[in-house]
Design a protein around this ligand. Sequence first.
Ligand SMILES: NC(=O)c1ccc[n+]([C@@H]2O[C@H](COP(=O)([O-])OP(=O)(O)OC[C@H]3O[C@@H](n4cnc5c(N)ncnc54)[C@H](OP(=O)(O)O)[C@@H]3O)[C@@H](O)[C@H]2O)c1
Length: 192
Amino acid sequence: MEGPSWSGGGAYRGMCSAYLADLAPGDVFYGYVRVPSPPFRLPADPATPVILVGPGTGFAPLRGFLEERAATGASGPAEVFYGCRHPEHDWLYREELRAWEDAGVARVHTAFSAVPGHPFRFVQEAVAAEADRLWELLEDGAHVYVCGDGLRMAPAVRKALAAIYHDRTGGDGDRWLRALEDEGRYQQDVFA
Ligand SMILES: NC(=O)c1ccc[n+]([C@@H]2O[C@H](COP(=O)([O-])OP(=O)(O)OC[C@H]3O[C@@H](n4cnc5c(N)ncnc54)[C@H](OP(=O)(O)O)[C@@H]3O)[C@@H](O)[C@H]2O)c1
């Protein structure tokens, strides 16, 4: 990563990416692969639908998922929910996400908290609005990933999903979500 420094003084060079970019073929690079605990990974079968919710910096791991799905030609549907304040100010990887949408890698649903008149302020509202589609995918075995703020956003998204279940079955949405977690079908990577 490299670009004009936000301070206005010179260029910014990302520490890791600049180091990697300066390596020559044959150089030795020391690193290790960390296995997340609890596991946080895409379903083994690329045909399995995925529901990805990651506003703000929460989009980071989901970006990796989408890159992987694009590279491997994963065939299952992917519904992405991204939220930020304003599409012109803090929409991370906007062009990449749009390109994946155009290529059919994912459908993208947005929430903008600082755009008056946008249909959704927060991602959980967009999730609720897509209830029929998400329920269809969940019945088809979809895996759900929620990344980002664990204090307010993740519980609110969880509540929206529980409501989808309750509205359609009359059952206890929390219990249903706990069962999905036990099956590894509801995974969170959140910070508090
Ligand atoms: N500890 C860590 O590991 C870690 C990792 C990454 C980031 N952070 C820090 O965490 C803070 C948040 O960063 P972020 O990028 O995740 O989010 P963010 O940029 O602060 O917010 C992303 C979007 O979520 C909205 N939002 C606010 N409350 C919400 C709610 N209750 N439910 C759903 N969406 C809500 C925000 O709207 P509003 O306009 O209303 O705010 C905004 O549109 C930053 O200060 C960041 O540096 C910490």
